[in-house]
Structures are given as structure tokens and as C-alpha cells.
Design a protein around this ligand. Structure first.
Ligand code: GDD
Ligand code: MG
Length: 359
């Protein structure tokens, strides 16, 4: 397959992932030991993508220091920024100024928060063979109301695009990876706020253009919520999705440089232990993300949670399905559960919070 160009959408604010995204944009959050995007970049490269234009907005200046010109990834990377966010369509149109593809060439567009095992090469082949205007990767989820609902006919032609509808007509949803014919991108108005989901796709379907679905049932996850983000990291460490970007041996856990795990601690379930993080004796950490320089003290229990950079979970504390912000301290006698989020730098005094399932 000839070299392929891509646009990566990374300008969103990651609101649902606060407080993790207050200091770091969602695509740069450490996931299985590397910035989330490293997994997407490596997979894209493995399918023949050689040049990627980043469509940045929120915390735009943080991307180039993380990935540079892309040479380390075997890619050529270009950064485009919207002064004010232009929405998904406006971002694609703005980033397209940096493309080299000709009008009839396919261009890959990726949402910057997706882990997917699908065959991008096959998606591009289908797009070319059928000469579609756009070919959307589709997957199936239990709750389609949180996504773009995408019904198709028997031939795979998309018949409607219903973004976040309360009454989905199918479980098949937009998986956030598109092949656009370049000239179709150029037809999106410039310097305007445009949503591909609410305007461009419905408009193309309405005017009779061929919008195709490429459906499959491989691994797929949008890491846009804390629960999903922790799951993504865990699945990568457990090998449920292979990634060429994993920084070391994986299995029950992944450990970055300088991490210290007591031989009397239990660390398992796909936990990622960040650089210089400490897990003391008798602590139990399961299926979680421990960020760089954090400490889980003796006898503490951390399950399905994120412990932020430099944060401290003190002796005996219980943390389950929770997010502890960077630098926060959770003093002994606390029990954090059920999606609780502690903001960065907060010190939770002894016995301040206790969750009881009886309440
Ligand atoms: N540059 C730029 N500018 N990027 C943006 C902007 C913007 O104004 N708005 C959003 N993005 C980026 C986000 O960073 C993310 O990578 C991508 O566009 C999608 O935004 P999300 O905020 O993650 O959208 P979503 O998850 O609610 O819904 C989208 O993804 C679903 C699949 O995960 C939609 O495309 C749905 O139709 C789809 O089902
Ligand atoms: Mg998303």
C-alpha cells in the first residue's frame, strides 16, 4: 500500500477526565507506561501511515515536546493549532492545510482517544475499491446513546448519522477512525466551527454521497472517562490489545524505571507502576495506574484507580474506582470509592471520607 497521510484530532479538553486533564491533555496521559498517543502512532505506522498532522487546540504547546518531528517513531509529524477550538470538522479542515495528498487520495482521520485493534489497511482498501467519499470504522457497544449511532444498509452504505441520540436505532456506532477522500475534506468550510458528526456526515448522506461503514468486532475502547482510561492501560498491560509502543515486559504488571515494589506487596491485574513510584509492604494494587513518583504506603489497597504524579496514599487507606489527583495526599482512615475524584494538591485529613455500601 502506498504511504498514507493522517490527521490526528487531539484538541479536545478531556472534560470527563478531570482532574487528570487539568495539567495534561488526554492524549498525553501516561497509559501503560507511555503517553496514550504513542500506542495510536505505533499502530498507525504499522498500517503504512508515514506522515501525521496533529490538530491541536487545548494545551497545544505540550504535543511537540512530547513527539518532536516523529523520527523516533518512524513518522513525520506536523503540528497545526486552532486559536479557538473549531470542533472536529473545523479542526480537520484547518489541519488539511498541511497535507500533501492530492484531491483523489485517501486521508486517514483519527480521534486521539481511541484504542483499536481493527485493520486500518483493510478499511483503506475498502474505501478505495468502492470509491467512497468517506469510510467510517464502526463497532458495536452496549450503550450506543453515548456515541454516534450509525445505521447502514446491507451493502454497508451509511443511511444516517445520529450523534449521541437518546433513541439509538442500532448498537453500531462511529468508532472514531475515518478515511476521507481529500477533496471531501476541502469542501468543509474554512475557519468555522464545524462538527463532522453533526454537520459533515449528515450533510454528505443527505446529498447522496457514498458514506461507507467498515464494521468489525476487534478490540475497541474510547478512553474518555476515568474508568475507561484505567481499563485501557490495564488491557494493554494484560496484552488484550497488542501495542508496538509498550515500554517493557508486561503481564500482571508493568514497571517503569526506578519503581520500587516491596516483595511483600501484591501488584497485579494489569497495573502500570510509574517511574520512581513506591509500593510498600502489605499494600495491594490491582488493575490500576500508578503515576510517576507516587507512593502507596504499607497495607493500603488500590483497585481500578488512578494515583496521580507524586500523590501519596497513606497506610491502610482503601481506594477503589477513584482518581487521586497529582500531588494529593490521602491520610490514613479514608475509604475512597465509586468514582470519587480528589483534586491535585488536596490533602485529605485522617478519616475524612468513608464510603459504605449500606448507605
Ligand atoms: N483540534 C480539535 N479541535 N480537536 C477536537 C475538538 C476541537 O475543537 N473537539 C474535539 N476534538 C478531538 C478530541 O480531542 C478527540 O480526540 C476527538 O476530537 C473526539 O472528541 P471527544 O470529545 O472524545 O468526542 P466523543 O468521544 O464524545 O465522541 C466522538 O467519538 C466517539 C467514539 O469514541 C464522536 O466522534 C462520536 O461520534 C464517536 O462515536
Ligand atoms: Mg472520545
Amino acid at each position: 500500500m502506498p504511504d498514507l497521510e493522517a490527521i490526528l484530532l487531539v484538541g479536545g479538553q478531556g472534560t470527563r477526565l478531570r482532574p487528570l486533564t487539568l495539567g495534561t491533555p488526554k492524549p498525553l496521559l501516561q497509559t501503560a507506561g507511555v503517553p496514550f498517543l504513542a500506542h495510536q502512532l505505533a499502530r498507525a505506522r504499522s498500517f503504512g501511515v508515514r506522515r501525521i498532522v496533529f490538530a491541536t487546540s487545548y494545551k497545544a504547546s505540550m504535543f511537540e515536546p512530547a513527539f518532536g518531528d516523529g523520527a523516533a517513531f518512524g513518522l513525520s509529524l506536523v503540528y497545526m493549532t486552532e486559536e479557538t477550538p473549531l470542533g472536529t470538522g473545523g479542526a480537520i479542515r484547518n489541519a488539511a492545510e498541511a497535507l500533501t495528498a492530492g484531491p483523489g487520495d485517501p486521508v486517514l482521520i483519527l480521534n486521539g482517544d481511541i484504542l483499536s485493534g481493527h485493520d486500518i489497511g483493510e478499511q483503506v482498501r475498502v474505501h478505495r475499491a468502492k470509491q467512497a467519499a468517506v469510510t467510517l470504522h464502526l463497532t458495536e457497544v452496549d450503550d450506543p446513546s453515548r456515541f454516534g449511532c450509525v445505521p447502514t444498509d446491507e451493502a454497508g452504505r451509511v443511511t444516517a448519522f445520529l450523534e449521541k441520540t437518546p433513541n439509538p436505532v442500532t448498537n453500531r456506532i462511529n468508532a472514531g477512525c475515518y478515511v476521507f477522500t481529500r477533496s471531501v475534506i476541502d469542501s468543509i468550510p474554512r475557519d468555522e466551527v464545524v462538527s463532522v458528526e453533526r454537520e459533515t456526515f449528515p450533510g454528505l448522506i443527505e446529498s447522496g454521497e457514498l458514506v461507507l461503514g467498515y464494521a468489525d468486532r476487534t478490540y475497541w475502547l474510547d478512553v474518555g472517562t476515568p474508568t475507561a482510561y484505567v481499563q485501557g492501560s490495564r488491557d494493554l498491560v494484560l496484552g488484550k490489545l497488542s501495542s508496538p509502543a509498550l515500554p517493557g515486559p508486561t503481564g500482571e504488571y508493568l514497571q517503569l524505571e526506578g519503581a520500587r515494589i516491596s516483595p511483600e506487596a501484591k501488584v497485579q491485574g494489569g497495573t502500570a507502576v510509574g517511574a520512581r513510584a513506591v509500593v510498600e509492604a502489605g499494600a495491594s494494587v490491582v488493575g490500576s495506574v500508578l503515576s510517576d513518583d507516587c507512593v502507596v504506603e504499607a497495607g493500603a489497597t488500590v483497585t481500578d484507580s488512578v494515583v496521580g504524579q507524586g500523590a501519596r496514599v497513606c497506610a491502610g487507606t482503601v481506594v477503589r474506582d477513584a482518581v487521586i489527583g497529582d500531588g494529593a495526599i490521602v491520610r490514613p482512615g479514608n475509604e475512597l470509592q465509586n468514582g470519587v475524584r480528589i483534586w491535585p494538591g488536596i490533602e485529605l485529613p485522617e478519616r475524612a471520607l468513608r464510603y459504605s455500601s449500606d448507605v
